[in-house]
Write a protein that binds this ligand. Sequence first.
Ligand SMILES: C=C(O[C@@H]1C=C(C(=O)O)C=C[C@H]1O)C(=O)O
Length: 108
Amino acid sequence: MSDTRNDSSDIDPSVRAELTRLRESIDNIDAAVVHMLAERFKCTQQVGVLKAEHQLPPADPAREARQIARLRELAESAKLDPAFAEKLLNFIIAEVIRHHETIADGTR
Ligand SMILES: C=C(O[C@@H]1C=C(C(=O)O)C=C[C@H]1O)C(=O)O
């Protein structure tokens, strides 16, 4: 099967320049996302330690419901798909809960 995708030598120089400009912004945004997630996980790790020390459960479904409702509103006003925002938050929270369970296991 032949591959009909352009390789970089086929691309018009002005299109190539625009693509490069946009990709540089995407790379900056991806770096910001990684740094923000790292900061978020530093906070959630501390929450995990606090919960383990005080025998609190790793997950807090009521808090999660409030966060999801809030994030969906923020997403709507930012013109981001609220369902995507909810899936992303749930994905992150699932990882946090896994960390909290590991912390609690280590303190038992
Ligand atoms: C961080 C917490 O623990 C869990 C993880 C949450 C999160 O990542 O935002 C929210 C609620 C909890 O299920 C918390 O209780 O605040």
